[in-house]
Design a protein around this ligand. Sequence first.
Ligand code: NDP
Length: 287
Amino acid sequence: PQPTPLRPTLTGSFSTPAGGNPTGAMVEAAYAHHGVLARFVNCDVPPEQLEAAVRGAVAMGWIGFNLSLPHKQAVIPLLDGLAPSATLIGAVNCVVAGADGLVGHNTDGAGFVAALREMREPRGRHVVVFGAGGAARAICVELALAGVASLRIVNRRTERAEEIARIVRENTATDATAREWTGPYTVDTDADVVVNATSVGLAPDSSARVNVVAASLQSGMLVCDVIPNPPDTPFLREARERGTETLDGRAMLVNQAAINIGLWTGLAPDREVMHAALDAAIADWRH
Ligand code: NDP
């Protein structure tokens, strides 16, 4: 049925804890700006209720929903299909409910690559990624699918970096290698793009710095961080002092939400409107 002002189309998110999730603010700002008769409901769903929540969304005719911690892998058995990159990443943050049933996508890495493209074309680049958790995995897979020449994946637990490197090598043409991280890391001199995809710098521990040799950050590099709150991390400040360009974690968050709206509605939303809504949500979050 067509949505009406009294019966909007429904979308939302399932996670726990859900209180600090700013996605709804961005998505509802985009719906309002474009006059889309839709709502986004941010739901706190414990693991034992995930299946019921998914069935409830289907029963209520939701057109799609996001998954955040801790549901990104647990949702997979509940779905009818997966997009190719979600299969490689092994996690789903966005589900589309359509004629094919429930199809899982992963738009975290795609959001990062979309943000990166505004500053650098990824094809042929040499990239150093710190971290080997869910965010790093999504970013590495999407960078490889976008044609980066090489990925060096730096992580304390090297075996997690090895696993991502193996997935990338087996499925793409990118040369991916894992690197040990036992002390301050000297960034490879040929690196074009350096990404912090660890949780170092995230509030409340916002003074934590990525363990890197600052002098190895060179002025031609683009230095990126996934941390959205606070967005200006010690790592990015250190990089700017070395004369590099930087990209903060808000751009990835805005772009993944914009891609989700596109998958659900076909709309290419105004990302500046979404960015402003994110900034307002982050300001609320801090107080
Ligand atoms: P995970 O828990 O899956 O992974 C955390 C990663 O950080 C691991 O690689 C871990 O290393 C590393 N790490 C944690 N503490 C340290 C430390 N003190 N020193 C070195 N490495 C450390 O988390 P996610 O990958 O899901 O999320 C990572 C960050 O990305 C979060 O802060 C999250 O807010 C952000 N994020 C941002 C998004 C955006 O759109 N901007 C989207 C998704 C996530 P090890 O394996 O050795 O323990």
